[in-house]
Write a protein that binds this ligand. Structure first.
Ligand SMILES: [Zn+2]
Length: 278
């Protein structure tokens, strides 16, 4: 009998929280996806995403996208089978199991669990996929301290009108030194999966992964500080996991914290991920 706890949503055997503060090392640009339109001087104002109080935010959905794509690269380097989760490239579809899965959800939960376990990659299990919610939730990050800046850039957007006229875009960004909250909550995560998430966080911290827009201009570098790990419940989830017990709470600054959390990252490095089967 395979232990499916990692992908079960009907019980909580472990809850893991990782939270901290992100400090921008370079400008950050998370757009609203819509620009303010033309004004008579043909300057387009492109503002950063803010909450109702005018405070810049990084949505939880952006974090999920960043973690999934950064994780995909890490897994591919490890020669682990993984999908992109974009469009039709998701495991249940790639393995032609989506219909079987959908059918079994309503009348045979064990069968649905088995199909989902066998025919999805770590990213589908962790970040969710068609009709299955994620095992990790990212909260919206809110600026704790911030300054806004703006820069004139020549439009290279797909809105040909602006580009054709060589219009300037007034691009707003959040200045380096600004700080954001960060929090993710995991449900029933095995130790190697906690290690996987920490490995992705460390790659952001070490400057291998940028967040948001204008990456080629050097935007989107950030570092973690004031990190806190809170882990309640069982210390081993699933047959393929190894036990790591760091206690219920670990606190630390960026580099030091990642050093302390090495046992989890080693669990990920040494993990033999038994799915997807093929
Ligand atoms: Zn997948």
């Amino acid at each position: 009998m395979v232990d499916y706890t990692f992908v079960r949503k009907d019980l909580t055997k472990r809850q893991t929280v990782i939270e901290g503060v992100l400090e921008l090392q370079s400008p950050l640009r998370i757009g609203t996806g819509k620009s303010g339109g033309f004004d008579p001087a043909s300057v387009v104002r492109d503002t950063v995403l803010k909450d109702v109080d005018g405070v810049p935010v990084i949505p939880g959905s952006s974090w999920k996208g960043v973690f999934r794509s950064a994780g995909e690269r890490i897994l591919r380097n490890k020669k682990v089978t993984v999908c992109s989760g974009v469009g039709k490239d998701y495991c249940l579809n790639n393995f032609r199991k989506f219909n079987d899965f959908q059918r079994s959800i309503s009348h045979n939960v064990e069968e649905a669990l088995k199909i989902f376990w066998d025919y999805t990659c770590l990213n589908c299990k962790l970040f969710g996929t068609m009709s299955v919610i994620a095992a990790v939730k990212f909260l919206d990050s809110r600026a704790l301290e911030f300054k806004l800046g703006s820069r004139s850039m020549v439009a290279i957007s797909r809105t040909e009108g602006a580009a054709a006229r060589g219009a300037l875009v007034q691009v707003e960004f959040v200045e380096p030194g600004s700080k954001f909250s960060f929090k993710m909550i995991g449900n029933n995560l095995p130790n190697y999966v906690i290690g996987y998430l920490l490995t992705i966080m460390k790659s952001i911290h070490d400057g291998y992964v940028q967040i948001g827009g204008h990456k080629t201009r050097g935007f989107g570098f950030m570092k973690f500080s004031s990190l806190r790990f809170i882990d309640k419940g069982e210390k081993k989830i699933g047959d393929e996991d190894v036990k790591v017990d760091m206690g219920e709470e670990v606190k630390g600054e960026g580099d030091k914290f990642f050093e302390q959390m090495k046992p989890f990252m080693e669990a990920f490095n040494n993990a033999k991920i038994p799915y997807p089967v093929h």
